[in-house]
Write a new protein. Sequence first.
Length: 292
Amino acid sequence: MLYCRYNPLNWTVRALTAVILATACAIVYGTADFFGGLATRRSRVFSVVALSQLAGLALILALLPLLPGRLTDQALLWGVASGIAGAAGLVLFYRALATGVMSVVAPTTAVTSAALPVMYGLATGERPQPMALAGVVLALGSVLLVSQDRSGKRSGSIGSVLIALAAGAGFGGFFILLALAPDDGGLWPLVGARLSSVTLVVLLAVAARRTLKPGGGSLHIIVAAGVLDMVANVLYLLAKQEGLLSLVAVLVSLYPASTLLLARQVLGERLHAIQVAGVACALGAVALIAVA
């Protein structure tokens, strides 16, 4: 018996799988960023980025046999390009976390990093269902709500927000470039991405004469940030193979919710009513995209 290529049930399963993977990715990304923000308060930014990237590289090399793929020039080149964009974004992001309010910096970066893939996806012909588009709008709105800070801590806020916007552009470029890698490449695009990011950060540190030695008691936090970041990258790579980039990237951009909750529990940063509403909207956005 011959089957037509389009199978509604198969498409629904793949879409739901993409939603689950992207949501899990957001949770892990948010946790990684929380650890990264803590580390930058104890060590220099270049030290945190370089060592966390090395930890991620070690993890992805260990995972290669579990998720094998075809090693091609395209897989590595798109990975290298995405790694450069991601490394630039990460340096800027950790810098913003070290100088600004964590519950403002993370959402500002997230909404920027989500907007670019959405615009790219729509420009290249992706057409999500109306309910999914409503979820996209709600998700972006939730990030803006979560980013509202009423604490009165405004010192350095303008500079940190500008840096966060630039970091978001770097992350958005990472998502787009990594999505262009062939699906049969397995984890090789992430290997290329991590090799290029480590090289770039080390060269920048040498040029700026910055030490890569971590501060006292921060190495385990840095390693945790790097390992979690790579786990999130793997989840993103798998999610974008199952769903539309314009939807996956938006779900991933909800990561500030977990960063915010951790900052509330660990650092005592106050969670205001408008931010609680933002978290609720984020959950609603996931539901809308899931049922679309």
